[in-house]
Design a protein around this ligand. Structure first.
Ligand code: SF4
Ligand code: SF4
Length: 358
C-alpha cells in the first residue's frame, strides 16, 4: 500500500506560490553558504516499491530517468572546480541504474570522498558487489549507508500487517507529550527475504573492509517527541540485532523520521519574518539547502520541456519542480532556496533531520 491512503488533498491554499505564503507573507528562504557535499540522484527506478519511500521509487517509476556517466562527469568536473569534497549518491536504487558502477569508479578516480545509499539487495548483488568490495579493499574513501528500516523483519519486509501482526509499542509517558503509543499497521514492504539479504550483504562488505552504516526509519505520521521516544526504544533493538550478527557495537546507525508528502498541506508555512526573528538560527544552520545541492534528471513525462539534469536545493524536494535552482552548480549557488514545500517543515525545521552524515 502506498502512502496515498493518508495523503491530504491540495485544498488549503498553502504552498501554492514559491515566494509567498498563503497569507501573502514573504516565504522563508536560505542563501547558499558553503559546500559540504553534492548529492546526485541516480533515478527513481528501484527493484523495490517500499511503503513510505521518500522518492516513491519503484520498478515502474520513471519520473526521474537514470543519470548517465557523461552527465555525471560534467557535474563532477564542476564540483572539482568549486572545491566540493564529497559526492553522495541516492535513488531509487543506484545499482538499478546500469551506468552506476562506471559512475562510482569515475567519482573515486577523480579523488572525491563518496557516500552511497543502497538497499543492498539484488541489484547490488548483480551489479555492485565486486565494485564495492574492490573499492573497500583498496581503502578508497567510500561510505556505504544500507537501508534497514526496522530491526523487526516482519515490519521491514511486510506490507499491510494482518491484525495478529500489527505492532503496537508503548513508550515512556511524558507530561509534555500526550501520545504514548505508536504502532505499525503497515510495514515498510521491502519484500520477503530482503531483511536477511541486506544483513548478509552488509556483513560481507564489513568483512571486506567496507565503511558501512545503517539507516532506519520511523512510522508514518510520527514526529516530534513521539519520534524521539520511538528512536530511544528502537535503537537498543537494532544494537541487539547488530551484536547477534557480529557487527561492531558502535556501527553507525541513523533513524530518519517520516517526511510526509508534497501534498500534506496541514503543516505550517514558514515566513521570512519567523526565520529571522522567532526561530533560533541554529535550526537553519543545519539545513541541507544552505550547504548542499542535488542533481536529478526529471524525465519529459514529469512535465519538463526536456530531460536535462536540474539542480535542486536538497535530497527532499526534487519532485517539486518549482524549487529547481538551475542547470549548473554555479547557477544554483547564486539563487536562494525557498522553503516552499511541506517537507521543509516536517523533515527539516520540526524534524531536525538531514540526509548528510555531518
Ligand atoms: S529501496 Fe529505497 S529507493 Fe527503493 S523503494 Fe525502497 S525506500 Fe525507495
Ligand atoms: S526540504 Fe529542508 S533542506 Fe530542502 S529546501 Fe526544504 S528546508 Fe531546505
Amino acid at each position: 500500500m502506498r502512502r496515498t491512503a493518508t495523503s491530504k488533498s491540495i485544498s488549503s491554499g498553502r504552498f501554492q506560490l514559491l515566494e509567498k505564503c498563503a497569507d501573502g507573507s514573504e516565504r522563508a528562504r536560505q542563501p547558499f553558504r558553503s559546500w559540504a557535499e553534492l548529492w546526485i540522484f541516480t533515478g527513481t527506478r528501484c527493484n523495490l516499491a517500499c511503503t513510505e519511500c521518500y522518492t516513491e521509487s519503484s520498478p515502474r517509476n520513471g519520473s526521474f530517468r537514470f543519470i548517465t556517466v557523461e552527465e555525471t562527469e560534467q557535474f563532477l568536473k564542476e564540483a572539482r572546480a568549486l572545491g566540493i569534497p564529497k559526492i553522495c549518491y541516492t535513488g531509487g536504487e543506484p545499482f538499478y541504474n546500469p551506468h552506476f558502477p562506471d559512475i562510482l569508479d569515475l567519482t573515486l578516480e577523480m579523488g572525491f570522498q563518496c557516500l552511497l545509499l543502497t538497499n543492498l539487495t539484488r541489484p547490488y548483488e548483480v551489479r555492485g558487489k565486486s565494485s564495492l568490495h574492490r573499492h573497500s579493499a583498496a581503502g578508497h574513501s567510500l561510505q556505504i549507508r544500507a537501508s534497514l528500516d526496522h530491526p523487526d523483519p516482519a515490519i521491514h519486509e511486510g506490507g499491510d500487517l494482518d491484525p495478529a501482526t500489527v505492532r503496537r509499542y508503548r513508550v515512556p509517558s511524558s507530561p509534555l507529550n500526550g501520545h504514548r503509543e505508536y504502532w505499525f499497521e503497515t510495514g515498510f514492504n521491502r519484500g520477503s527475504g530482503n531483511f536477511k539479504r541486506t544483513l548478509t550483504n552488509l556483513r560481507d562488505l564489513f568483512s571486506a573492509g567496507g565503511e558501512i552504516s545503517v539507516a532506519g526509519r520511523g512510522p508514518r505520521g510520527v514526529g516530534g517527541r513521539l519520534f524521539q521516544a520511538y528512536v530511544e526504544e528502537t535503537v537498543p533493538r537494532f544494537r541487539s540485532l547488530f551484536e547477534s550478527r557480529g557487527f561492531p557495537g558502535d556501527l553507525p546507525l541513523r533513524i530518519f523520521p517520516d517526511i510526509g508528502t508534497r501534498s500534506d498541506h496541514d503543516v505550517p508555512e514558514i515566513t521570512q519574518h519567523q526565520c529571522r526573528t522567532l526561530i533560533p538560527e541554529t535550526v537553519f544552520e543545519g539545513l541541507m539547502c544552505n550547504r548542499t545541492r542535488m542533481v536529478a534528471v526529471p524525465s519529459k513525462r514529469n512535465g519538463q520541456p526536456n530531460d536535462d539534469p536540474l539542480v535542486f536545493p536538497c535530497t527532499i524536494v526534487p519532485d517539486n519542480s518549482a524549487m529547481a535552482l538551475g542547470k549548473t552548480l554555479r547557477e544554483s549557488m547564486m539563487r536562494e532556496a525557498y522553503l516552499a514545500d511541506p517537507r521543509c517543515y516536517r523533515f527539516c525545521v520540526a524534524g531536525g533531520a538531514s540526509c548528510s552524515e555531518t
